[in-house]
Design a binder for this molecule. Sequence first.
Ligand code: IFG
Length: 511
Amino acid sequence: MKNKAALIFAIALGLLFQISCNTKIPTDLTKTSFIPVPVSVTATGNSFEVRESTIIFIQEELQQNGEYLANELNKIAGFSPEVITTDKLPANGIYLSLSEGVSDLGDEGYKLTIDKKLITISANKPAGCFNAIQTLLQTLPVKANLDETLEIATGVIRDFPEFGYRGAMLDVARHFFGVDDVKRYIDFLAAYKMNVLHLHLSDDQGWRIEIKSWPNLTTHGGSTQVGGGKGGFYSQEQYSEIVKYAQDRQIMIIPEIDMPGHTNAALASYAELNCDGKATELYTGTEVGFSTFCTDKEITYKFIDDVVRELAAITPGSYIHIGGDESHVTKEEDYIPFVNRVQKIVVSHGKKVVGWDEIANATLVENSTVQFWADVKNTTMGVKQNAKVIMSPASKAYLDMQYDSTSTFGLHWAGYIEVDAGYSWDPVTIVPGISKENILGIEAPLWSETVTNMDEIEYMVFPRLPGYAEIGWSASETRNWDEYKIRLAQHGKRFEANKIDFYRSALVPWE
Ligand code: IFG
């Protein structure tokens, strides 16, 4: 009997040894498929084990970052490390600190040092610390198997972004998406160090933000959407919930009230905003360019002032987006004074102006920004007026463009954008005559005429979004599609683990 037990024990031991040998402990940090690719990664050949007993030590100002990291580790490993405030370097664990030694890395840069016993994150600002956390999380699986140890290869990463504006837009007007969907979209951006979410809050088909002084905008103007569905809107409380969720992830919300065109939802809600004094019908189609505010009525500017005042009061970010695109039925001689006046309203409420590139036909106020989407001439005019530029070329960065002619959702008026086309362009050279100093950064808009739910959002956004994040973060001379697609392929497992319904492009060597 004894021999049998001994034999079983020996076999079990052998198996255990075999399994432990198989779970390869990572020791080469340079082998990690980081996106965006960091400025520099040096491996030191060991590994750090994340355990239930691992403590996250923070300097006081980094409480939010510490809790975020603990929460993310809980999602990965099923345990939430303790977060302890300290002002001295701990002997082991994970230490988040703001320190002078990295001043050359800027507000969003960081130094991540991974040793056998201690991981140290050094940054100038909480945003830099948050970016380091995203890099650290990419050294770990999205979900750990219970029987595996959580090991991180040791080494040093120094990193900082190429552009300060790395954004995406979500059109919640054509089709409405609730708070939870917007939060999930924010999680997508945070994972790839993107730091702006532009919400397209109003259009012909829907008005999506409560304005207390003009309640019909949402009760009537928010009551439908493309295709005639029930639409919806954010109360100011829900909008503030979205803003806080974004802020906790170092993401600035930029609200857009598109005008004077793309305004049918408001025109249907208030007769007095129409030149003929008659409210329009609600619109559930997908045409553009047929609506305009009545630019020569004083009530229009009182309305806009009320809207901007209420929106500015719940928007901590420095921008209000005034739209300005496709105002095909607003006469040029009316459009320009309208945009000039609206800019002054935005500035009077303490915010900076951003608008689609058409606004460059007006006289731009200082510190304004034009968002290039289609017209090089407009954009160049904007730069001539000392405006900054956000690069959103429809032919490269519009997430509602189909991948190819077989795509189930999306449009293709600007062309098809396969994953390689969405990655292989340079925001500095895409508009001739514009230099890097004029460019704030890039933004990938998702228009929702053909997109109705989170699964469809995920299909359009992944796997292209990480590429836009890398264009905004990493120097263009370090970027090439053949190298990037290998790293992107490794993120396919992360998309799956996050239940992201991504398009499995044949151009990417998915595992
Ligand atoms: N252009 C319109 C959007 C949307 C888009 C769909 C801009 C600035 C086409 N304006 O892009 O409202 O309809 O791809």
